[in-house]
Ligand binder design. Sequence first.
Ligand code: PBG
Length: 327
Amino acid sequence: MSFPNIRPRRLRTSAAMRRMVSETRLHPAELVLPLFVREGLTEPRPVSSLPGVMQHSRESLRKAVAEAAQAGVGGVMLFGIPEHKDATGSGGIDPGGILNVAIRDVIREVGDSLVVMSDLCLDEFTSHGHCGLLREDGAVDNDETLAAYARMAVAQAAAGVHVVGPSGMMDGQVGVVRKALDEAGYADVTILAYAAKYASAFYGPFREAVESSLDGDRRTYQQDPANLRESLREVALDVAEGADIVMVKPALAYLDVISAVRASFDVPVAAYQVSGEYAMVEAAAANGWIDRERIMMETLHSIRRAGAQIILTYWAAEAARRLRAEY
Ligand code: PBG
């Protein structure tokens, strides 16, 4: 051994030492739990490709949110699934639509004890499963869709939501939503922009959860997985249009994107550990091939380490409980 006797292993000698020098700490308040509420259910219904995740009834949703608040999570992200879908996704805009009704329920249940967010997109509500309105030729019409998002944002704000999450990847969506919210008197409603969102196969199980009827793909509006610089352009546009928080999605296969966004912008950066990321781990763990809890925490730390300050994950409540037990 040469002098000086430098041994990095000294800092790994005990659990107490490792804890003291840890560079990345997760906190329950940085975790956000995505939740699904399905119109017409009287009992929660399991989503088979997302073990442990439910389509909630209005009643069970309220309970799930109360439990998440109890666990100390920072927020919830709500997705609504209507009984009937139509070509224009009218159920998303209707104040009596399932998502807007659920927002009211949840706000009444938990008030301001955690941040209540809602997905601002048409795909859960459209019969064709696209995130926007279709033209005659079947292409997604960007600007017609923006008008629908504006109305949807105002409906969600009127229901009391704290944060809207425009996730449809239409050009100009953040600006249009900001303007509509401001004009309707909702200047305090915050925008979490799905700024860098890839056309990813990791969304597979989500499609089951929202009973998506999508035939085809979203490659004309979501990003090509091969691209990184394009994400910086997308984020820059969203920040210029008024995004308060920007999100990268999916998370694990896009840690370089999270890191680049973190380095280039000063707004909070979120990342969405999506359905397929969760399902892969759950499926392998169910086979006894990996240690489920350790992988859960390892992936969350990696996303945090890459630079995401807020993480949307289906493990949010469980991970929050674990973290609280550790401190
Ligand atoms: C769009 C939306 C999707 C997800 C969140 N918001 C689906 C998509 O873009 O195809 C996926 C989330 C997940 O896979 O967990 N409303």
